[in-house]
Design a protein around this ligand. Structure first.
Ligand code: UDX
Length: 448
């Protein structure tokens, strides 16, 4: 099938590539000329395991084309995906200007009926606004062409996007037109040949499903972080509690890892956007507001533990920071806990020596010119002469470090672990002051 994808960001590029891999003919359109020209040369704008060879293979096979020519894109695909960004505007609502601009473009150039699919994460009611934009532009042209607007939210995770896209848990399609449903089947059936993963519903429910999924996961995390904070007060170990409750299959083990807060391009933005949507219909979403507030304070947890250990004044201290990306297997630092920590340290007059396996270029781009930041080449180099180690991301290479090297390199043997990678008892035996998240007063270092 002929498919066009507008917006070659994270979601657009991965989805377009997988459509091509499964045999569809895909044209990718983006306004960023540099990005398009790089993609034609096999230079991929994001780090995602397995993506580069798939892009190269399908581009070489002629099934995946890149262009800045919107007209070419509109003429190509019977199905037109909108996968452009929906950045939060000043009050946290999703800004739809890019989505509506693509709708206008499609209506400007279409010569035959088109199925327009919202792939971007958009608030409930966006499909109606996209329809309105398409109709207005067609009316201006004096055209009586027809269109359908479908909601098809994306659920892929950074770091496992290819796998998530190839073997989706579900494909949510919002439409009330049976003919459109048929086309969506034709498009997506190759993804789920052994079992039909497509769940068809009305457009508004599909739009809300995306937010419901991310907000539910964010709620699980904030719930665990609340219990982690309580565990510290009560002298319990949240990691034992986690295993204890996860063994109940109704609760399950996934997304109940406590830590120094969730980040990334989805959870913070989507929770805020759903809060705004609720306010817009005169409903106060008390649970979601609490999820957001807990996460906000959880991101300051490592910094407050540092102050607990060293005293309020951190002037002149140097802190090694391991893990800058918002989670492992990505170079994405959007809403990352590391940023909250580093910015608080700089504000307090401390220096940072940072290391991340993938996000060093991103850190350089964001903070490169600061003289209170050293971007270290290895995790060991980040430790050299620092006063303490803080861990923000659970990259595998941080799981089993040489603790002797850590002790020798740091001026004080103290680890502030935002992802609970180590055993507090073992840390105590090693003579390391260890601050995890929710590991109980009994195992916190200040009683050593
Ligand atoms: C998320 C959703 O999982 C995905 O379905 C959606 O399409 C986009 O948003 P992503 O942002 O890539 O994906 O990352 P995810 O693996 O969900 O992690 C998000 C954040 O939550 C990370 O900062 C991670 O460290 C944190 N997290 C996750 C926890 O703190 N505890 C957990 O138990 C799980």
């Amino acid at each position: 099938m002929k498919v066009t994808v507008f917006g070659i960001g994270y979601v657009g590029l991965v989805q377009a590539t997988i459509f091509a891999e499964l045999g569809h003919e895909v044209v990718c359109v983006d306004v960023d000329e540099a990005k398009i020209s790089n993609l034609k040369q096999g230079i991929i704008p994001i780090y995602e395991p397995g993506l580069t060879p798939l892009v190269e293979k399908n581009y070489a096979a002629g099934r995946l084309l890149f262009t800045t020519d919107a007209q070419e894109g509109v003429e190509h695909g019977k199905v037109q995906f909108i996968a452009v960004g929906t950045p939060p505007d000043e009050d946290g609502s999703a800004d739809l200007k890019y989505v509506l601009a693509v709708a206008k473009t499609i209506a400007t150039y279409m010569k035959e009926p088109r199925i327009v699919v919202d792939k971007s994460t958009v608030p409930v009611g966006t499909a109606d606004r996209v329809s309105h934009q398409l109709q207005t532009t067609l009316d201006e042209r004096g055209s009586d062409l027809t269109f359908d607007v479908v909601s098809n939210p994306e659920f892929l995770k950074e770091g496992s996007a290819i796998e998530d896209c190839m073997k989706p848990d579900r494909i949510v399609i919002g439409t009330d037109n049976p003919d459109v449903e048929e086309v969506m089947h034709e498009l997506y059936d190759p993804f789920s040949r052994s079992r039909n993963r497509m769940i068809v519903m009305d457009v508004r429910s599909a739009e809300l499903t995306k937010y419901a999924a991310n907000c539910m996961l964010a709620t699980k995390i904030s719930f665990m972080n609340e219990l982690a904070n309580l565990s510290e007060k009560l002298g319990a170990d949240i990691e034992k509690v986690r295993v204890g409750i996860g063994s109940d299959s109704r609760i399950g083990y996934s997304f109940i890892y406590p830590g120094a807060g969730y980040g990334g391009s989805c959870f913070p933005k989507d929770v805020q956007a759903l809060v705004r949507t609720a306010h817009g219909v005169d409903y106060q979403p008390r649970l979601l507001e609490a999820v957001e507030a807990i996460n906000y304070s959880q991101k300051t947890k490592i910094f407050s533990n540092l102050q607990k250990h060293f005293g309020a004044d951190l002037t002149g201290k140097t802190i090694a920071v391991w893990g800058l990306s918002f989670k492992p297997n990505t170079d994405d630092m959007r809403e990352a806990t590391s940023r909250v920590l580093m910015e608080a340290l700089w504000e307090a007059g401390a220096k940072v020596q940072a290391f991340d396996p993938e996000a060093m270029n991103e850190a350089q781009r964001l903070y490169g010119n600061r003289n209170d930041l050293l971007l270290a080449g290895t995790k060991e180099a980040a430790l050299q002469g620092a006063d303490a180690l803080a861990i923000c991301t659970e990259w595998k290479e941080f799981y089993a470090p040489d603790f002797e090297v850590i002790k020798e390199s740091l001026t004080s043997a103290a680890i502030f672990d935002g992802r609970n990678l180590y055993d507090p008892i073992r840390m105590k035996e090693q003579g390391i002051a260890y601050y995890g998240i929710g590991r109980g007063e009994s195992v916190n270092s200040d009683d050593q």
